[in-house]
Design a protein around this ligand. Structure first.
Ligand SMILES: C[S@@+](CC[C@H](N)C(=O)[O-])C[C@H]1O[C@@H](n2cnc3c(N)ncnc32)[C@H](O)[C@@H]1O
Length: 279
């Protein structure tokens, strides 16, 4: 009897007659969006996949409540990343996923928020595809959406913002030349909401560049720290006042910066307690 293993991705074709055991088929990877923190914001599909997971690789921003959906006897591998302190470098995470899948293990790659929004999910999916590993993606609620709903900031609004911009405030480049490389003119346009991820360390630069490029210093701006977690904090101010408020309240990652007239609507919609001056 000839066993046709050609369906196993990447497995060698085999025509040897006789009782040769077929290599175990490769496992598949499911990239799962864990949402911003509150486990009730998981999609039904994500919760179902987590409940039957056998191996889970998870990040720093996955909350304990979300992780509690994984069976207690499943293998949990922490590959967490804090911006400069990677437990495993990105290449190492990809290598580990490929190795596990080639051993026949199907795994869940659990990532904070949405895997394809500043989550390097695209790089991982590309690398898995190149290695011939099957990969599915389950979207998650991104931090911007979780934070906006949690504090009452509509990200778009017919009267105030017809565009939503998600940007990273992460420093680019090396050493002394490190800077925030953003399209300041585009970010300083009126009638849009700008949400900046990973921008707490560069908040001062971001606010002054936006003012330099034409936004009023009085433009409403907010910081939302650990949105949807029990420790959530929100601070409201303006482009001018936000950097000092951030220092005063010792805001630390994970946090988002939200900018635009929609931010002021929180005062009318208002949910949760806010710190700082009103916008
Ligand atoms: C590597 S990015 C991951 C974003 C994630 N994929 C998403 O869709 O939300 C990490 C950044 O997302 C933001 N972030 C993630 N979770 C957050 C939360 N619960 N509250 C506020 N900001 C959060 C912070 O700016 C943090 O530095």
């Amino acid at each position: 009897m000839t066993t046709d293993v050609s369906a196993a991705p990447g497995a060698p074709s085999c025509s040897t007659p006789g009782p040769v055991a077929a290599p175990a088929p490769w496992g598949r990877v499911t990239l799962v969006g864990a949402g911003p923190g509150d486990a009730e914001l998981l999609t039904l599909k994500a919760a179902r996949v987590l409940a039957s997971a056998r191996v889970v690789l998870y990040d720093n921003l996955v909350s304990p409540e979300v992780l509690a959906h994984v069976p207690v006897d499943a293998e949990r591998i922490y590959v967490g990343k804090k911006s400069s302190n990677h437990t495993l470098p990105q290449e190492g995470i990809i290598e580990l996923m490929v190795r596990l899948a080639q051993q026949g293990k199907s795994l869940v790659r659990l990532k904070g928020g949405d895997p394809y929004i500043f989550g390097r999910g695209g790089e991982e999916a590309e690398a898995l595809a190149a290695a011939g590993i099957a990969c599915d993606t389950i979207p998650g609620i991104s931090a911007a959406q979780g934070a906006a709903a949690a504090v009452g900031i509509p990200l778009t609004h017919r009267d105030h913002a017809g565009m939503l911009v998600l940007a990273t405030g992460h420093l680019q480049g090396e050493g002394e030349a490190r800077t925030v490389e953003l399209d300041w003119e585009a970010l300083a346009r009126p009638r849009q909401t700008v949400v900046i991820y990973m921008g707490i360390g560069t908040l001062g630069v971001i606010c002054s560049k936006l003012i330099e490029h034409g936004l009023s210093p009085d433009t409403p701006a907010a910081l939302i720290e650990r949105a949807t977690w029990p420790q959530q904090r929100s601070i409201f101010g303006t482009l001018q006042t936000l950097p000092a408020l951030s220092v005063e309240h010792q805001v630390s990652p994970p946090a988002l910066i939200m900018i635009g007239d929609t931010v002021a609507l929180h005062a009318r919609i208002g949910v949760g307690a806010a710190l700082g001056g009103g916008a």
